[in-house]
Design a protein around this ligand. Structure first.
Ligand code: F0G
Length: 464
C-alpha cells in the first residue's frame, strides 16, 4: 500500500451497532453449571465476546444488504440464482453450481451421490461434519496432514498441506475404493493453516494419475489465497481473485460453506464438473434442499452471496482480517501462552495440552480451558480436542492428536479493543492455569457429541 503509516485499521465504519451484555463472574458460574459445562448450551445473550465460530456470524456490507432488496424469490429460474451462479463460476471456473443451505448440505448431497460403504475418502484433515457425513455412508474419512501440521509450536508456512507421499500410498493400495480426494482450505481442524498452491497442484497431479477426482472443501478459500500471496513468492504480485482461480483450477469440484468466505449468514454450494455426477447430485438436492436454482436458500440469500464472495477477496479486507488474528497471537505469544504457530486465517488456537500438562486427555483439558475463558471473562471459544474427536466410529475412545481451544473471529464484527480485552482475559486465565480442574462427561450422544454433551467439574469446581 502506498502510505507511510503502519497501523492497519478496520477497513469499514459502523452503520448499525449490536449491543453486547456484561455479566458478573458469579452469574457466569451459575450459567455454566446450568449448561452442564457445555458452552454450546449457553444463551448467546450471556456471552460478551462470542468466538464460538466464524460461521454465519459476520457483518454484511451495505452492498450486500442492498443486493438483498433485489432478491428474486421465483421458485425456478430466479435472477438471483443467475447472479449467484455467475459469481461462483467466475471465481471457481467449475461447470455445475448447486446452491445449498450450508456446507454440510453440500457434503451430504455429494457423498450421498458418490460415496458407498467401504470407500475411503482421504483429506488433509476432514472437518467434523465432513467426517460425519462420510461415516454416515459407511465409508472411512482418512486424515493425511503433513507431519508439521500436528506440531502446534512449530512455525511453517503451509501447515495445512496434505502429505502427498501418504496420499500416493493410499491411492496405490486402494484401487477402486477412493471415489474422491478432498482438500480443506484452509485446514480448519488443523489450526486454520493454509494449503500451498504447490501442494494443491501436487495433489491434483496424483489424483489425475490415479483417475480420482479432487474436491476442495473451500469454506475459507479467500483467506487461503491471501496466505499464498504472502508466503509463496511466485504469487506475491497476483491478486487474491487470480490466486483463487488458480486454486480452483486444480479441482474437479468443491463443497462450500458460504457462511465463512461468502460473508453471509447462511448459504453454501456444491460445484462440480462431471455431468453424470451433477445430474445425480441435482436429484439428490431436490429431495432435501430444494429446486436446483435455490437449493434451500431465499433469493435474497443468493444475492448477498453473489456480492460477498468478491468482498472476501478484497485485499484491504484480507489484510485487516489476517492481521487481527495475528495481533492476538502476538500478544499471547509475548505472554507465554502456547498457541498454534503461526496464527491461521480465521482463528487463534490455544494449545491446552501444553498449557495444562496437569490435566490428562481423559479430563478434557481444552474443554476445561474453554469453560474457564467463559467463567473468567465471558468469552466463548470452542474445544477442538478429545470431546470433539475422541470417540471412534466403533464406539471406543482415543485421545485426539491435539487439545486445542479455537477462538474464531466473526468477519467484520469485533474491533481492536475487543481483541485487547480478549488478550487480557486469556493472560488472566493463563496466570491461574494450575488452579484449573478437569471435567467428567456425564451425558454424551453417539455422534457429534460436543454439541450436546454435559459435564461435571472434577475436584470441587472448575477453578479451585
Ligand atoms: N467444512 C469446514 C472446513 C468447516 O469449517 C465447516 C463449518 C463445514 C465444512 C460445514 O459447513 O457449518 O455451513 O454446514 N465450520 C463451522 C466452524 C461450523 O465453526 O468451523 P456448515
Amino acid at each position: 500500500m502506498d502510505t507511510p503509516f503502519k497501523t492497519i485499521i478496520e477497513p469499514f465504519r459502523i452503520k448499525s451497532v449490536e449491543p453486547i451484555r456484561f455479566t458478573t463472574r458469579a452469574e457466569r458460574a451459575a450459567l455454566l453449571t446450568a449448561a452442564g459445562y457445555n458452552p454450546f448450551l449457553l444463551r448467546a445473550e450471556h456471552v460478551l465476546i462470542d468466538l464460538l465460530t466464524d460461521s454465519g456470524t459476520g457483518a454484511m456490507s451495505k452492498h450486500q444488504w442492498a443486493g438483498m432488496m433485489r432478491g428474486d424469490e421465483s421458485y425456478a429460474g430466479a435472477d438471483s440464482f443467475y447472479r449467484f451462479e455467475a459469481a461462483v463460476r467466475d471465481i471457481t471456473g467449475l461447470k455445475h453450481i448447486l446452491p445449498t443451505h450450508q456446507g454440510r448440505a453440500a457434503e451430504r448431497v455429494l457423498f450421498g451421490t458418490v460415496v458407498n460403504a467401504g470407500d475411503i475418502v482421504p483429506s488433509n484433515t476432514h472437518f467434523d461434519t465432513t467426517r460425519a457425513n462420510i461415516e454416515a455412508r459407511g465409508a472411512s474419512a482418512l486424515d493425511l496432514p503433513v507431519p508439521e501440521g500436528r506440531q502446534p509450536a512449530l512455525r511453517a508456512p503451509f501447515k495445512g498441506n496434505m502429505d502427498l507421499a501418504a496420499l500416493e500410498r493410499c491411492l496405490a493400495e486402494n484401487p477402486g475404493r477412493v471415489p474422491l480426494v478432498m482438500l480443506t482450505i484452509t485446514n480448519n481442524s488443523g489450526g486454520g493453516q493454509p494449503v500451498s498452491l504447490a501442494n494443491l497442484r501436487g495433489a491434483r497431479d496424483l489424483c489425475r494419475r490415479f483417475g480420482v477426482p479432487l474436491f476442495l472443501d473451500c469454506c475459507r478459500f479467500a483467506e487461503n489465497a491471501w496466505f499464498i500471496k504472502q508466503r509463496e513468492p511466485e504469487w506475491a504480485a497476483v491478486t487474491p481473485l487470480e490466486i483463487a482461480r488458480a486454486m480452483f483450477a486444480c479441482a474437479d469440484g468443491a463443497t462450500m460453506s458460504a457462511k465463512k468466505d461468502g460473508m453471509a449468514n447462511i448459504g453454501g454450494f456444491l460445484a462440480l464438473n462431471d455431468d453424470g455426477w451433477a445430474e445425480r447430485a441435482k436429484n439428490n438436492l431436490i429431495l432435501t434442499e430444494g429446486f436446483p436454482t435455490y437449493g434451500g436458500l431465499a433469493g435474497y440469500d443468493l444475492e448477498a452471496l453473489a456480492v460477498g464472495f468478491y468482498e472476501a477477496l478484497d485485499e484491504d479486507y484480507l489484510r485487516y482480517r489476517i492481521r487481527s488474528i495475528e495481533y492476538l497471537g502476538e500478544q499471547l505469544t509475548a505472554a507465554g501462552v502456547p498457541i498454534v504457530q503461526p496464527t491461521g486465517g480465521h482463528a487463534v488456537y490455544i494449545d491446552a495440552k501444553a498449557m495444562l500438562p496437569h490435566l490428562p486427555p481423559g479430563e478434557y483439558p481444552a474443554w476445561a480451558l474453554s469453560c474457564a475463558l467463559y467463567l473468567e471473562g465471558g468469552v466463548r471459544g470452542v474445544e477442538i480436542g478429545s470431546v470433539m474427536f475422541g470417540r471412534q466410529p466403533d464406539g471406543t475412545e482415543k485421545p485426539a492428536a491435539m487439545e486445542l481451544v479455537r477462538l474464531a473471529f466473526p468477519r467484520r464484527v469485533y474491533t481492536q479493543s475487543h481483541v485487547d480485552y480478549l488478550a487480557e482475559v486469556i493472560r488472566h486465565v493463563h496466570a491461574r492455569r494450575e488452579r484449573l480442574r478437569g471435567l467428567r462427561m456425564v451425558h454424551a450422544p453417539a455422534v457429534l457429541r460436543h454439541f450436546t454433551a454435559r459435564f461435571e467439574a472434577l475436584g470441587g469446581g472448575l477453578m479451585t
